[in-house]
Design a protein. Structure first.
Length: 301
């Protein structure tokens, strides 16, 4: 009996902002590595999630939603990340809301390269009233692009996600794995700390706070501890554009900032399996999202 040959490939997850890409990535990997919120444009970096099963290793790349509305330095950086992600991949998962197709969807679809197989993922299937309505929509989608397959699913349904993994497997080339079997992402714990604080920021400020707010990790240090197997001290700064935004983040008597810090710390302790001390500050940096140098200094490409 010969040993089953290893398969390994890169799969890009693309779509307009807020279509469910990060939720799908987390479901495919089986752990939360990409932040989610109802706020559009939550994902800002190329985030790699790794799923290893049997002889196959899937390297999923979650991308920011392609930005078409505002040409800021931040949005140019996000779009560069999307463009980079659709090159040199083995498969593209084009995520749309089932039964819908907007101008923003069309912009992302135009980025797909000929010769790279693409699956049409009709997400949020649970929100479609009548499945029969999908047939004309599907015919229209096939005229827009020669999709290799159509996959209706809900990213929150474990059986749908398992079925998608099975479909993706046949597109992986035969080659050795790139990562060890226990790795889930190529992103550092420091990066995940900043993303977790940013997620809680958006979750607790809702639509009040403009999306041009970010988080910078000033300190990430592991310290010896007699009480804990691992102790990590983190200092994070939330960057906002106006004094009014700063007051909003801090909240009455500092309650909102305290809640953001507490929830981020609790999630990081679970994610990193260690004791975390987290300090969170807020600073105003007017116009940072339009300043190329500052966008780069805050960790955007």
């Amino acid at each position: 009996m010969t040993e089953t040959a290893q398969r390994c490939g890169v799969i890009a997850i693309v779509g307009k902002p807020n279509v469910g890409k990060s939720t799908l990535l987390n479901a495919l990997v089986g752990q939360k590595i990409s932040i989610t919120s109802r706020k559009a444009q939550t994902t800002r970096h190329r985030i790699t999630g790794i799923h290893s099963a049997g002889a196959s290793q899937f390297i999923f790349v979650d991308t920011p939603g392609f930005q078409t509305r505002h040409a800021t330095a931040l949005n140019r950086s996000l779009n560069k990340t999307v463009l980079g992600a659709v090159v040199d991949v083995d498969l593209v998962l084009f995520v749309v809301e089932a039964g819908k197709f907007t101008l923003a969807d069309a912009k992302v679809l135009s980025l797909l390269k000929p010769g790279v197989p693409a699956l049409l993922l009709a997400n949020k299937l649970d929100q479609v009233q009548r499945r029969s309505d999908l047939a004309p929509w599907l015919r229209e989608m096939q005229q827009r692009h020669a999709f290799a397959e159509f996959v209706p699913l809900s990213a929150k349904n474990a059986k749908d996600v398992e079925r998608l993994i099975g479909i993706c497997e046949k597109y992986l080339p035969e080659q050795p794995w790139w990562y060890s079997a226990d790795e889930l992402t190529d992103r550092s714990e420091k990066f995940l700390a900043g993303e977790t604080v940013r997620e809680k920021l958006f979750r607790f400020t809702g639509d009040e706070l403009p999306y041009t707010s970010t988080v910078v990790i000033d300190k990430f240090e592991e310290e010896p501890s007699p009480k804990h197997k691992r102790l990590v001290k983190i200092a994070a700064t939330i960057i906002v554009e106006r004094d009014g935004h700063k007051a909003m983040v801090i909240g009455e008597k500092g309650e909102r900032l305290k809640r953001i810090g507490t929830e981020a710390r609790q999630e990081l302790e679970k994610l990193m399996d260690c004791k975390v001390f987290l300090e969170v500050w807020v600073k105003v940096r007017t116009g940072w999202a339009d300043d190329e140098a500052r966008v780069r200094s805050f960790g955007y490409e």
